[in-house]
Design a protein around this ligand. Sequence first.
Ligand SMILES: NC(=O)c1ccc[n+]([C@@H]2O[C@H](COP(=O)([O-])OP(=O)(O)OC[C@H]3O[C@@H](n4cnc5c(N)ncnc54)[C@H](O)[C@@H]3O)[C@@H](O)[C@H]2O)c1
Length: 406
Amino acid sequence: MPEIGIGLLGVGWMGSLHSASYRRVRDHYPTCQGTPRLVIAADAVEDRARHAAQELGYEDWTTDWRDVVAHPDVDAVSITAPNFLHCEMAVAASEAGKHIWVEKPLGRFPAETVSTADAVTATGVRTVVGLNYRHVPAVQYAHQLIASGQIGHVNHFRSQFLAGYASNPQAGLSWRFSRELAGYGILYDLMSHGVDMAQYLLGPIARVTARTATLIPRRPQMDAGTGTHFTVAAGELGDVENEDWVAGLVEFESGLVGTNESSRYAVGPEARYVFEANGTEGAVSWNFERMNELEVCMPLPSGDRGYTTVYMSPGHPEFAHFQPGAGIPMGYSDLKVTEAFLFLESIVDGVQRSPGVQEMADAARVLDAMARSSASLAWEEVGAVSARPEATATAAGNIRTANGAR
Ligand SMILES: NC(=O)c1ccc[n+]([C@@H]2O[C@H](COP(=O)([O-])OP(=O)(O)OC[C@H]3O[C@@H](n4cnc5c(N)ncnc54)[C@H](O)[C@@H]3O)[C@@H](O)[C@H]2O)c1
């Protein structure tokens, strides 16, 4: 059973979760071909780096992430730092021969994402990107029902990922609101998941038309390395530099036209991630708030029509690794254990799994077209990404205030 030395770059929310997933992976996937060894963790904030060694199981810590990349016992790294570091970290680590589990969105803007994906791919290392919702058993089951034609020809698709973490004007000005540190806002934070899911379920998106808005233009500042994007702060106000909301029509290569919306400002839902695909014979509908259920509509012998709730059970993909019986819920953190498993397996057997950096680049091309469309107010083709996204989309999008004035 090969031991795989792990280095961690960033000890925040995702850094803790990646670490827990490495610790849990053999409990849930006992046949996993690799055994993770938590070697060294880095965070720019010393207390967080120390915490990784004291509480998360790492043998050592550092405040300089380059120590991790250079460490001879590190075979693979988790990149869980803010977006502005993804490119530099991923390129340096892959050039040092380290395999990469990197959080979405792999950079700040599509040009950065695509060039990073290509540079990393050229080194030949294995990659996993944290587009974790693909690993939900009910999502995989929906994918099977669509791909096998059981709901017929899909003629409607709609998706929303609505969060409320930025709906409080006092929510602190974390790195997520900075163009320099995060790049795009909701496009990269949540729409990256939405676009990846749409393409996973229904194939490539060819063109889009989209609108974006920044609904709260100034927020209280908070110190870097403290709190999370859920933290309420009381500092001096600073500028929000990227968009809070995006919605668009997406036209797939198949000709199907669907809708996709994401927000960090939606009062009410806190993490409502939903999609519905309606076909000529049936339909599927999923809601992350009820992650372990898939609503399935299929023809009934009686002729009755309507959705039936299918509870995930050990017969569905991945579920048996976590729970022994139907109706016992899996949770969000479990999705990361599956990611850890896929990462370790791919390192040992050399087979690249999905989603890796190229699937993230595919999503980034669509997100780039959404940003271009938000500026041009026209349909935009998915293809080559803008060299300078700043030139094609304003920081605030095409709607600047909560009352919708342009
Ligand atoms: N897949 C998902 O569902 C999901 C969910 C949340 C976040 N994310 C992604 O994960 C990434 C991290 O998000 P988070 O919520 O964990 O952020 P976070 O702010 O909680 O953690 C980021 C950590 O990186 C550290 N850091 C900053 N500069 C550093 C440097 N130079 N060297 C080392 N460490 C440094 C910070 O001090 C902090 O501890 C983001 O790219 C985000 O998009 C993905």
